[in-house]
Design a binder for this molecule. Structure first.
Ligand SMILES: NC(=O)c1ccc[n+]([C@@H]2O[C@H](COP(=O)([O-])OP(=O)(O)OC[C@H]3O[C@@H](n4cnc5c(N)ncnc54)[C@H](O)[C@@H]3O)[C@@H](O)[C@H]2O)c1
Length: 252
């Protein structure tokens, strides 16, 4: 069990049905938080919430498409109504698709930007008014090493993750006087369903990374969840507008 590092806090985690979001939800609960996970994957999301909290007291699931502003309003209203507050927002939902500058269609580009960037923007826009009322809150935007360095062959993904990093910094400066912190996490290669799907398609991601990652292995979702725990807790009180890299030394 944990050390109550998030005692009394309420967290909203998007894309929490599986992968890193689900791992963050589990760790946050172990550390005393009440968590709402949201996702477009309804069945998996319900199962995850049930697994993490069989009686529903510390984890619930809401269906939510992060690209949809009305969905965001409904989710935030529901969380505030049922749990009274939102202390931590983890903008984690995202998609990862291959495509170079020549073979990315406008439609492909817009799909990635819609989920990975507009989703994060709408999340901040909708949750911040509630945090402002309480003059506190921590927003954690999940970017990537693709928001630290160039990623040939992943044009839209790279653009989206740099945008997340940039928005994080601007919003952090806007909200600092109001007691709200905003940081980005930049995972490297993490063993989640997203990565497994890619590997199954014969992309050879794991082999490639082993040669590039100084620590020599891909991480588990818990490695990123522990960084999110730190940023969600008051232990990170003096950090805002910063990049927190979890990449085994890849971008060093
Ligand atoms: N796995 C990695 O190696 C890696 C590395 C760097 C960054 N990331 C980022 O970490 C985050 C989580 O990735 P993961 O590896 O856990 O992926 P994942 O695919 O396992 O989980 C992402 C979740 O987001 C959900 N989602 C997708 N579109 C959505 C939408 N429109 N609305 C709501 N939910 C939606 C999916 O249904 C899924 O459950 C993503 O932002 C991803 O870009 C992943």
């Amino acid at each position: 069990m944990g050390n109550n590092r998030l005692a009394g806090k309420v967290a909203l985690i998007t894309g929490g049905a599986r992968g890193m979001g689900a791992s963050e939800a589990q760790l946050f609960i172990e550390e005393g938080a009440r968590v709402v996970i949201t996702d477009v994957r309804e069945d998996v999301g319900q199962e995850t919430a049930k697994r993490l909290s069989p009686d529903g007291s510390v984890c619930t699931f809401l269906r939510h498409d992060v690209t949809n502003e009305a969905d965001w309003s409904a989710v935030v209203d529901e969380v505030v109504k049922s749990l009274g507050q939102i202390d931590i927002l983890v903008n984690n939902a995202g998609i990862f698709e291959r495509g170079s500058v020549l073979d990315t269609s406008l439609e492909d580009f817009e799909r990635t930007m819609d989920i990975n960037v507009t989703g994060v923007f709408l999340g901040m826009k909708t949750v911040v008014p509630h945090m402002v009322k309480r003059q506190k809150g921590s927003i954690i935007n999940i970017s990537s090493v693709a928001g630290i360095q160039g990623t040939p062959g992943f044009l839209a993904y790279g653009a989206s993750k740099w945008a997340v990093r940039g928005m994080t910094k601007g919003v952090a400066k806007e909200l600092a006087p109001l007691g709200i912190r905003v940081n980005s996490i930049h995972p490297g290669i993490i063993d989640t369903p997203m990565l497994q799907t890619f590997e199954a398609a014969g992309e050879g991601v794991r082999d490639a990374v082993r040669t590039r990652i100084p620590l020599g292995y891909e991480a588990e979702p818990i490695h990123v969840a522990r960084m999110a725990l730190y940023l969600g807790s008051d232990e990170s009180a003096y950090s805002t507008g910063s990049e927190f890299i979890v990449d085994g030394g890849w971008t060093a």
